[in-house]
Design a protein around this ligand. Structure first.
Ligand code: SF4
Length: 87
């Protein structure tokens, strides 16, 4: 799943925030998360527990991973609960 997009179009921050996503800001990319969409399948935490750690605040720290690696992990999110925007 390409989680940089919604319906085939590159997502914008205003679109994601309007949809209820929360922003986790990084230096070179931001990761967005919508808890209501999350299926708690855990691909994110298995993919990189340094970036995604349930129980930590904030639970997403984009700068703990490389941009391309983060994108790979975000794209494994099957529900679209995770999205990203590169800077
Ligand atoms: S991969 Fe997506 S659906 Fe699964 S736990 Fe992470 S955010 Fe939720």
């Amino acid at each position: 799943m390409d989680n940089g997009k919604i319906n085939g179009k590159t997502v914008t921050e205003s679109e994601l925030l309007a949809l209820g996503y929360r922003k986790y800001q990084g230096q070179n990319m931001d990761i967005y998360y919508a808890k209501d969409i999350c299926g708690h399948i855990g691909n994110c935490v298995k993919g990189n527990p340094e970036v995604f750690e349930v129980g930590r605040r904030p639970w997403v720290i984009a700068d703990n991973g490389e941009v391309l690696e983060n994108i790979k992990v975000v794209d494994t999110c099957p529900t679209g609960a995770l999205k990203y925007i590169r800077r």
